[in-house]
Design a protein around this ligand. Structure first.
Ligand SMILES: [Zn+2]
Length: 309
């Protein structure tokens, strides 16, 4: 018989206490590969940095998690992926960058407010728009980056990533991405990606589609149970195997020296204008982490000399 104490230790942790990470799994004896992503803290950090409204938190959060999925599938430590979505909606353009274990992102209009949809959900599709494209640039450390672009389906992000996987990478994919926001707090955020591999029988694919409603509202599920528990329920009978778990966090790799390179790249004319116009030097703010870097007039003159060479 269970004592009260046991019950307490068995009860699910507060989702905000759980670490973010990605479970790499296979189903059906390796015929399906999957990524199960917990991103609550990552999305909360994005919301804190950019001071986003709930609808923007949801849009940017979904996109960060989709980018993290692409990032974790990259080969090579130095590889990174940049995803941009510009759907013509009032949120403007969103850009996210991911690598093996971290993501960062920016959005044009973090303060956008839109009424909820009729079903009470956040109006992510209306905020993003569906007129443009989702573009994916993978920098694998080779001379030319891999570039893939497809038209947006709905601006709801998960469908758009799924369309990218099918059309650009020829990988039929089930994608679910969700962010649960109350006031300004991210209660839970997560995503599921399932990709049947060549040779996967239709019966298994039918099973995946049949079960997709189970993780259709993934953030609500994650608000109750951790991913390891959810996985066993969703994929019971499909032989789920956990291959590895990789960490995930919101991290920017910007630095003063990178900012200097960006300033030098502006060229002589622009640097001269900055030196003449700004009495007190220049302050640059990173689009991804909002870190501010101050450059005095003397700094700018030094960079101008480098630009000349
Ligand atoms: Zn930064």
């Amino acid at each position: 018989m269970m004592t009260t104490k046991d019950n307490q230790s068995d009860s699910p942790m507060n989702p905000l206490d759980r670490e973010d990470g990605i479970l790499h799994i296979t189903l059906a004896e390796g015929l399906v590969r999957g990524l199960l992503l917990t991103g609550t803290k990552t999305v909360q950090e994005a919301a804190r940095i950019h001071q986003t409204t709930p609808v923007v938190t949801a849009a940017l959060g979904r996109m960060l998690m989709g980018t993290a999925m692409l990032g974790t599938m990259l080969k090579g430590e130095q590889s990174s992926v940049t995803v941009s979505i510009d759907g013509g909606g009032p949120i403007g353009k969103m850009i996210c960058v991911g690598d093996a274990q971290s993501v960062r992102g920016s959005v044009d209009h973090p303060g956008l407010e839109l009424p909820l949809r009729r079903d009470g959900k956040l109006s992510v599709g209306s905020a993003v728009g569906s007129e443009g494209r989702i573009s994916v640039v993978k920098d694998l450390g080779l001379k030319t980056p891999y570039v893939g672009q497809v038209s947006l389906v709905s601006g709801e992000i998960a469908e758009d990533f799924a369309s990218y996987f099918v059309q650009s990478e020829q990988s039929p994919s089930l994608v679910s991405l969700g962010v649960l926001v109350a006031q300004d707090v991210v209660l839970a955020a997560g995503g599921v990606l399932l990709q049947p591999l060549p040779g996967c029988p239709d019966s298994v694919i039918d099973q995946l589609e049949l079960r997709s409603p189970l993780f259709g509202d993934i953030s609500r599920e994650l608000a109750h149970d951790p991913m390891e528990v959810l996985m066993k329920g969703w994929f019971a009978g499909l032989d789920p195997v956990l291959l590895e778990t990789t960490p995930l966090s919101y991290q920017c790799h910007c630095s003063r020296s990178r900012m200097e390179k960006a300033l030098i790249a502006l060229g002589r004319e622009e640097l001269t204008r900055m030196i003449e116009d700004e009495i007190d030097g220049a302050e640059l703010s990173c689009h991804f982490c909002r870190a501010r870097h101050h450059f005095t007039t003397q700094d700018l003159i030094r960079l101008l000399n480098k630009a000349t060479q």
